[in-house]
Design a protein around this ligand. Structure first.
Ligand code: UDP
Ligand code: MG
Length: 432
């Protein structure tokens, strides 16, 4: 493997990388950094947890002068990911004297405005707040040379594409577009091409049909209503996961699961888009520092790099194979092992088969001792209002306030989600 010291990088940048603790390049870095340095647009696909962040931050830093104009804008789908990417950029910038700032919703815009006014070279942010700051005339992108879409397929899908198009109209014609993700469905590549020079590079690390790292095992069970909770508790009881993210479909359901775990005396955190930003950051922070569980919606599915997550539990199956790939990719990072367990509804056999087919993985059925774990009480406050425990009804009231930009997968009510056609309403119909 190549070392950063062998790359055509400024001495102070190599020093900065060493101080962060990296010496050798990962495969995606080895392949992407030279291409980014060459000035080409690029679509880079590499599996979760393989070091994509450094693959764009490092070459951008190499070509960022110490000036007050914004040279690079890095756009990501969630606030927590913005913070994480910015943190890495800031770490390097401390030694290269290149300033990074982060802009995202839910936090004081005035603080962000004064950070921007101080003059920064690299901006990491989420689309809504970026647009707000552009429209206020505070964030000027006239001198931008690099635009990065991290989790690019997410940034170009229906939830975000209009925002991205708008932001791009504020950047110069001549710039470098850099798209990174673990998944790049063909329809999204078609959209991406509209924004790229015809000679753009495609970097594909690993075989195209391999989306998931092979250090994750995949298991499932079928259950509905109250038995889903029994399955969850049985898994926890039988396997004692060390550090575990539990994904739920809605904010609302994540709260129920969270309440249940707390009642069981478990050390759990909660992360969903209906919480204040301060709470979101506290939850993630505490989970990073060692809480055993984090119950989350899909906002935690993309990009977050949390050390040593051993288990991913999909309390509800994700809607698409791509969602599955990203959720389970929060574990087994940088060659570590991970275990994924998905609870499918009784009517979701087809979804299970589709996920296996589309993500190119094999799942095995897990036998859990449900009877032993079925003597729990649902949290009082929700029990009556939401109908748990009544003949295993798995229905949730679709009353959740829409949370806008990445809310659609959080707010869909149970059952309406997967219609059973081979790909259901999946936009990536027929893609592998
Ligand atoms: N990392 C590393 N060596 C490197 C670059 C990154 O060990 O040269 C670590 C990094 O600190 C992080 C992990 O690899 O903990 C995953 O990186 P990233 O989040 O960039 O992965 P992605 O999912 O974006 O590919
Ligand atoms: Mg990433």
């Amino acid at each position: 493997m190549k070392k950063f010291s062998e790359m055509p990088l400024k001495a102070e940048l190599v020093e900065a990388i060493h101080r962060v603790g990296f010496t050798e390049l990962t495969e995606v870095q080895e392949r992407a950094i030279p291409v980014v340095l060459s000035g080409k647009d690029a679509i880079v696909r590499a599996k979760t947890g393989t070091g994509k962040t450094a693959a764009f931050i490092v070459p951008i830093m190499q070509n960022t002068p110490q000036s007050n104009a914004v040279n690079a804008i890095i756009i990501v789908p969630t606030r927590e990911l913005a913070l994480q990417v910015a943190q890495f950029s800031e770490q390097l910038g401390r030694y290269t004297h290149i300033r990074t700032t982060t802009v995202y919703g839910g936090a004081s815009i005035n603080v962000q405005i004064s950070n921007l006014r101080r003059g920064v070279s690299i901006v990491v942010g989420t689309p809504g707040r970026i647009i707000d700051l552009i429209d206020r005339g505070i964030l000027r992108l006239d001198n931008v040379r690099f635009v990065v879409l991290d989790e690019a397929d997410r940034m170009l899908d229906m939830g975000f594409i209009e925002d991205i198009d708008y932001i791009l109209t504020k950047t110069p014609m001549k710039k470098q577009m850099l798209l990174f993700s673990a998944t790049m469905p063909q329809p999204i590549i078609t959209i991406a091409k509209r924004h790229m020079e015809p000679d753009y590079a495609t970097i594909q690390v690993g075989a195209e049909e391999e989306l998931v790292v092979n250090t994750i095992s995949h298991e499932y069970t079928f259950a509905k209503g109250r038995m889903k909770f029994a399955a969850l508790l049985a898994y926890i009881g039988q396997y004692a996961p060390k550090k575990c993210i539990i994904f739920a479909r809605t904010k609302y359901e994540s709260e129920i699961i969270y309440d249940l775990l707390i009642r069981q005396g478990l050390n759990a955190m909660l992360l969903h888009g209906g919480l204040t930003q301060a709470k979101r950051e506290y939850s993630l922070d505490t989970f990073r520092k060692g809480a055993q569980f984090m119950v989350a919606t899909n906002i935690a599915a993309r990009g977050l790099d949390i050390a040593d997550v051993t288990d991913i539990i999909n309390f509800d199956a994700p809607e698409t194979a791509h969602d599955y790939v990203h959720r389970v990719g929060r574990s087994a990072r940088m060659g570590k092992e991970g275990r994924a367990f998905t609870i499918f509804g009784l009517d979701e056999r087809r979804l299970m088969e589709d996920i296996q087919y589309d993500a190119n993985i094999r799942m095995s059925e897990l036998r859990l001792d449900l009877d032993k774990y079925n003597n729990f009480q649902m949290p009082e406050t929700r029990r009556h209002s939401f109908g748990y425990g009544e003949q295993g009804s798995g229905r949730f009231r679709p009353h959740m306030r829409s949370e806008g930009r990445y809310g659609h997968s959080e707010n869909r009510s149970g059952g309406a989600r997967y219609h059973g056609g081979r790909y259901g309403h999946n936009r990536y119909r027929g893609q592998r």
